[in-house]
Design a protein around this ligand. Structure first.
Ligand SMILES: [Cu+2]
Length: 315
């Protein structure tokens, strides 16, 4: 296991896909995720992405998370109107996955109205609360939001994944290292997979909401720790200078961005078309062996990307 991990790390470094400087990689899922500044990478990449998208068209952030479906007995008209889905924010129904009752249960739970009240609304007020925000570094906030709220937003508003070639449901979704041509069809807007989630309009509304919280975080520090956080442009993005509350000064956007360029295809000897190919290779290195193993031994069930880190009771 450790050997496999070392080999993967070596190969990822070889193609420039290690986030952070060599030897000080910032793993977003590992033990040091909340202390290594990986949360800054999460926030920064998304702000950069939103900036590019907003230069092409207007994207409104959700002012708050859309409320669940009204109860029929209390609000009959609201209940019926919910299904008209006039704003596109109605919750898609859950789905079941054969032979994986834990995942089936988890998807169903994450879509429940109770979960809206017990989790989403709690996060909503927590991440707007100046006192709460003022105690966190940018990296801590980013890591906490990434692994909790963010992944849950992706899954709560996801519809059953489908194979775009025939529309048939595929409950476990596309494998992360499967780049077959059919997945590139615009019908594939599955929110549970970073490969396709940005095709779904809901994605932009909730990523706008998350990005807006960075400004809340800045205002909270202005109020409780005045002067501690300084604004600064980084790679053309409105950002913050490294310091006590900002762990790293070189947020990661992908290979070749360390203090250099944010324009794809600028690496010497490589064309722009090579960048997605390198990315595919990075994903194959990360996932292909795991997928092959899970196929062989059925030990690790294949689940959508954003459902891979379910908080499950130990089996
Ligand atoms: Cu996301």
């Amino acid at each position: 296991m450790a050997q496999t991990l070392r080999r993967k790390t070596r190969r990822l470094r070889g193609i420039g896909w290690q986030p952070g400087p060599r030897g000080q990689e910032r793993d977003a899922r590992g033990e040091r995720k909340d202390r290594n500044g990986s949360g800054i990478d999460f926030f920064f990449m998304h702000r950069h992405m939103l900036g590019t998208a907003r230069s092409l068209q207007a994207i409104a952030s959700w002012p708050q998370f859309p409320a669940p479906q009204p109860a029929l007995e209390r609000d009959r008209l609201g209940f019926l109107r919910y299904f008209d889905n006039h704003d596109g924010f109605a919750l898609p129904p859950t789905w079941s996955a054969p032979d994986d009752s834990e995942y089936t249960q988890w998807v169903s739970d994450i879509k429940a109205a109770e979960t809206y009240h017990s989790n989403f609304q709690v996060w909503e007020s927590q991440y707007r609360d100046p006192r709460y925000l003022s105690r966190l570094t940018l990296g801590q906030l980013g890591s906490e939001m990434e692994l909790g709220l963010h992944d849950w937003l992706h899954m709560r508003w996801a519809s059953v994944p489908r194979d775009p070639s025939n529309g048939a449901p595929v409950p476990f979704a596309r494998a992360p290292s499967d780049f077959a041509a059919r997945w590139y069809a615009p019908e594939n807007d599955f929110l549970g997979d970073p490969f396709s989630s940005h095709v779904n309009p809901v994605f932009w509304h909730f990523h706008g909401w998350i990005d807006d919280r960075i400004e809340d975080w800045f205002r909270a520090h202005e109020r409780f720790n005045p002067g501690d956080v300084r604004r600064m442009q980084v790679n053309g993005v409105a950002w913050f200078a490294p310091g006590r509350w900002v762990e790293v000064g070189d947020p990661w956007l992908g290979p070749d961005t360390h203090g250099c360029s944010t324009t794809p295809g600028l690496q010497r000897g490589r064309t722009m078309e090579m960048d997605p190919e390198t990315m595919k290779l990075a994903l194959r290195i990360t996932f292909a062996e795991d997928d092959a193993l899970s196929g062989l031994f059925k030990r690790v069930p294949k689940r959508p990307w954003y459902a891979r880190h379910l908080k499950l009771k130990p089996v």
